[in-house]
Design a protein. Structure first.
Length: 265
């Protein structure tokens, strides 16, 4: 069951805490922030170095790594299939939800989130530290060689042939092709609707209650097949998270997302 802990609840967390802070504008910012201060005992996972594979012509800006590689990264942090894990970032769940999706897809115990992220932790005066803990490594979990629940471009086309509803999680201006700050081509996948990832949290970075989530999705909540994408398969995980909270465990993530799709244009 997907869970969100308050700062008070997180202060008593006994499992592994993972700091997922990152910036798409500055790939070193997350690690610098971690080194300057983090939740006591927290370890760090980097979107580009730990939760993505090297970039190629196709596959998107943040292609998923080999499943075995990610399993080893988690094992190095002391995480096995039954470990309790708490995730946080400072970007309204964007990077923490990527880690959540990856762990959940591979069959790990479902992580929980710090509601409000690191800013909530700081705003409530909770302790921080700068030291990097030394984890007690675990044995790597045996995982599938493929990412369950992730589709590539060809599979997306097949799903569209099955009348799939495709949801673009990017901001409305990027969806409409009016502003494209990252990818070389503006626009969206033909037939896709738009539901930005920011819709599912408030201005304090706290996840919305179930009723508000249902209102965001409307009738689309019942659509099947349902595919979600964004720019590179990261922020769309917030949409997938919101659906999981509402009991939808059958949603596809287009891993390469728009950065993969537009590489064929």
């Amino acid at each position: 069951m997907t869970g969100f802990l308050s700062v008070a609840e997180a202060q008593g967390f006994a499992g592994v805490i993972i700091d997922c802070r990152f910036s798409l504008a500055d790939s070193d910012e997350g690690r610098r922030g971690y080194d300057q201060g983090h939740i006591p005992g927290a370890l760090y996972l980097d979107l580009a170095k730990d939760m993505s594979a090297p970039v190629h012509t196709h596959g998107g800006r943040h292609p998923l790594p080999l499943t075995q590689t990610f399993a080893q990264k988690l094992a190095n942090l002391g995480v096995d299939q039954s470990t309790e894990v708490l995730l946080y970032d400072d970007s309204r769940f964007v990077f923490a939800s990527r880690c959540w999706w990856m762990m959940r897809a591979l069959g790990y115990r479902e992580p929980v989130f710090l509601n409000g992220g690191y800013q909530a932790w700081l705003s409530q005066g909770a302790d921080t530290e700068v030291a990097t803990p030394t984890p007690d490594p675990a044995a790597p979990m045996e995982v599938s060689t493929q990412w369950p629940g992730c589709c590539d471009r060809d599979e997306l086309l097949d799903l569209q042939g099955q009348s799939a509803v495709v949801v673009d999680a990017r901001e409305a201006q990027r969806y409409r092709g009016e502003h494209e700050p990252i990818d070389p081509v503006a626009g969206h996948i033909p037939g896709a609707m738009n539901l930005p990832w920011q819709s599912f949290s408030d201005e304090h970075g706290e996840f919305l209650e179930d009723a508000a989530l249902r209102e965001c999705w409307g009738d689309t909540l019942e659509a099947t097949p349902l595919v979600v994408y964004c720019g590179s398969g990261v922020s769309a995980c917030v949409n997938v998270l919101s659906l999981a909270v509402l009991g939808r465990d059958d949603v596809w993530l287009y891993g390469g997302s728009w950065s993969d799709w537009c590489s064929y244009l």
